[in-house]
Design a binder for this molecule. Structure first.
Ligand code: ATP
Ligand code: MG
Length: 422
């Protein structure tokens, strides 16, 4: 029978890798909590209509990357390709935007049917951050400062901030006309994708990843030249805060984002270290989205980081070992197994931070020692008939030359506290 394998672009994260994931996630959560953002947990599946309405019909995500299917009631559902739409849906549904502000974050898998390659999976993971009810540039700055603090915590140095303002929907509409004129005049130089975008969503041509389009895009008119005063003031306000906080950035007048809902501030954090997939974090302002879903207008700004890409960049050399057992308990003989499991229980109750692995499955002491060594444990405790008779364990140091010793059960906790400082 043919073996069933995981779906292309969707990966198992095995136990050797989960400590690094946990370290990364905990580092990020610690910083989110420093800024008093609160966690929200959202379904992985939503109605397809939600994403069509939020992200935009003519975006890559909606037109070709969504995992959509009909459920048994013939309702079209989609595995979420991003988290903002669901967050907005939940906020409206639970009245979270009514006369109040919110600072929220979420974590979880996202699904996009893209061509799998380094830094690009079909199931990938994001931590997303969204703030609702704040119209000014102060909150945009707060989120950028939060990212900068995170990069420092993770020891990332090669990471650069690109900023742009997409203006209000009116200034985008004017700019759209200017862009259509420009690209229509150079139609012969457009690739197939861009020809479709020219008809449907011309701003998205600027986001083309085709190197052949680079020169043409590089000479296109920019929105900066046509920015409305409200957006220009907002942008200036943001830059002033970043300048005084000493945050470096590049204004990239052709930075647009892959989702239609953005306006005013957009930003991306990019690195040279990941090859073509260099964007690790991206976001911006989407003041129109809540209203677009039928609720009162609500200012909003947020961003999402790709955890797979961040994981590639993070320096784990200083990561504490929180997973290997401190103690491997070797058990020889039926009575020792019975007493040993209870002894391990007592030690866990008395010393909650202790990680003790009790040997299961029998076998010779020699084979148990091999497993103890492989487990990464610092210490081996041996409990056999002799030790049982004297209410003690023999202790061997697996990672140092200290001579073996034997101690009474009642002294184990004290011994561990002094030896392992737990
Ligand atoms: P890209 O331009 O790389 O396709 P995007 O603009 O589609 O990214 P967003 O929707 O803004 O990405 O998502 C935010 C972040 O999530 C990205 O900066 C990236 O780090 C990560 N990300 C997006 N798509 C993928 C994917 N298919 N695999 C892994 N990470 C991804
Ligand atoms: Mg993409």
């Amino acid at each position: 029978m043919a073996k069933i394998q995981a779906i292309r672009g969707m990966h198992d994260i095995l136990m050797h890798d989960t400590p690094r994931w946990q370290f990364l996630e905990e580092s990020i959560k610690a910083i989110l909590h420093q800024y008093a953002y609160q966690e929200i947990r959202l379904p992985v599946v939503e109605k397809t209509e939600l994403f069509k309405r939020s992200i935009g019909d003519n975006t890559d995500i909606v037109s070709k990357e969504m995992y959509s299917f009909n459920d048994r009631n013939e309702t079209s559902l989609t595995l979420r390709p991003e988290g903002t739409a669901g967050c907005v849906r939940a906020g409206i549904e639970h009245g979270l935007f009514h006369n109040q502000t919110q600072r929220l974050w979420y974590i979880g898998p996202m699904f996009r049917h893209e061509r799998p390659q380094k830094g690009r999976q079909r199931q990938f993971h994001q931590i997303g951050v969204e703030a609702f009810g704040f119209a000014g540039p102060d909150i945009d700055a707060e989120q950028i400062l939060m990212c900068a603090r995170l990069w420092r915590a993770l020891n990332l140095s090669d990471i650069n901030l690109e900023l742009n303002s997409l203006g209000t929907s009116e200034s985008r509409a004017n700019y759209r006309k200017i862009l259509v004129d420009y690209f229509s005049a150079h139609k012969d130089q457009l690739d197939d994708d861009s020809l479709v975008r020219l008809e449907q969503n011309p701003l998205r041509i600027l986001d083309s990843k085709n190197p052949d389009m680079k020169t043409l895009i590089g000479q296109s008119p920019t929105l900066a030249e046509h920015l409305d005063t409200e957006s220009a003031d907002h942008f200036a306000g943001l830059k002033a805060i970043l300048d005084s906080a000493g945050i470096e950035y590049q204004v990239n007048p052709r930075l647009v984002r892959g989702l239609d809902y953005y306006g005013k501030t957009v930003f991306e954090w990019t690195t040279q270290q990941l090859g073509a997939q260099g964007t690790v974090c991206a976001g911006g302002r989407y003041d129109g989205l809540v209203e677009q879903h039928g609720a009162s207008p609500t200012a909003a700004v947020g961003f999402a980081m790709g955890l797979e890409r961040l994981l590639e960049l993070t320096d784990f050399s200083a990561m504490p070992d929180k997973h290997s057992p401190h103690v491997y308990l070797l058990l020889s003989g039926d009575r020792a197994v019975e007493r040993g499991l209870l002894l391990a229980e007592e030690l866990r109750s008395q010393s909650p931070r202790l990680r003790i692995l009790s040997h299961c499955g029998g076998g010779s002491l020699k084979s148990q020692f091999k497993k103890a060594d492989k487990s990464g444990a610092q210490l081996a405790f041996v409990l056999g008939e002799d030790e049982l008779a004297q209410n003690q364990v023999t202790i061997k140091f697996l990672r140092s030359d200290e001579p073996q010793t034997a101690i009474k059960w009642s002294e184990i906790v004290h011994f561990l506290t002094t030896k392992l400082s737990i």
